[in-house]
Design a protein around this ligand. Structure first.
Ligand SMILES: C[S@@+](CC[C@H](N)C(=O)[O-])C[C@H]1O[C@@H](n2cnc3c(N)ncnc32)[C@H](O)[C@@H]1O
Length: 234
């Protein structure tokens, strides 16, 4: 066994954290330093873990046209779950909508607050302002993975929505993807976060899970190589 493999084995066994937190804090560092590339390393039971690049530059950029499309037709308060430095909060506020970003990352929340955005540090699973009264909640850029249990997250989101409110979710490119796993964020120098539970689901798994979470899939669309769905409270 190589030294890296032995060290990784030890790290996989550590208590789980949240996306990119702990260890060398590569997520917070990437936000602060405007690094564009990080890697998501995922545990592969029984075989070596593998790391794939993720576009970290997107988190600190403005919402693009595809992101903006998510807010079309939204007329009430918007909750961006796992908002990072707040590009979707900025987009919603720019449309004159009341908006709140929630994120566990102190660095992301500080950056968003310094930019004049309305944000709160905490977990989506904690008690929240306007429980049951959000017109829209967002899970973009992989955030359906938060907590590593998509069904639990969808159920929590249904509780947050107003009657008639919409949950806007970005999905995997792969319609059949349905995976929960332990991951780590890694920077290009090999600095790694602590392990965190994460999930990736496509449209089929979303449809399978929506009903039990109290939601119905009202629409899904592909744009610019990305796949989205709009769910309503059942
Ligand atoms: C992939 S990043 C996406 C950032 C942002 N949505 C964007 O698109 O720019 C995931 C974010 O989810 C946050 N997060 C992880 N677990 C969370 C939780 N339980 N509650 C709220 N935010 C969480 C992380 O801190 C991180 O900022």
């Amino acid at each position: 066994m190589t030294l890296l493999a032995a060290r990784l084995d030890e790290e996989w066994a550590a208590p789980p954290s949240t996306f990119g937190a702990g260890g060398a804090e590569p997520y917070a560092a990437a936000l602060r330093n405007n690094d564009n590339v990080l890697y998501l390393r995922r545990a592969r039971p029984g075989s070596a873990s593998e790391a794939s690049p993720i576009d970290a530059g997107r988190w600190s950029a403005d919402a693009d046209d595809t992101d903006q499309r998510l807010l079309d037709g939204v007329t009430g308060p918007v909750l961006d779950i796992g908002c990072g430095p707040g590009r979707m909060v900025r987009a919603a506020m720019g449309r004159g909508l009341p908006a709140l970003g929630i994120d566990v990352s102190a660095t992301a929340v500080r950056m968003a607050a310094d930019a004049g955005l309305t944000v709160l540090q905490g977990s989506v699973f904690d008690p929240m302002p306007r429980e049951g009264a959000w017109a829209a909640a967002l899970l973009v850029d992989g955030n359906i993975g938060i907590g590593g249990d998509a069904s639990a997250l969808l159920t929590r989101c249904a509780e947050l929505l107003a009657p008639g409110g919409a949950l806007l979710v970005e999905l995997s490119h792969d319609a059949a993807r349905d995976e929960s796993y332990l991951g780590m964020i890694e920077d290009s120098a090999g600095g790694r976060s602590a392990v965190f539970p994460w999930a990736e689901i496509g449209i089929h798994a979303l449809r399978d899970r929506a009903g039990a979470a109290g939601l119905v899939v009202a629409q899904d669309w592909r744009l610019d190589g990305r796949w989205f769905a709009r769910l309503l409270r059942a």
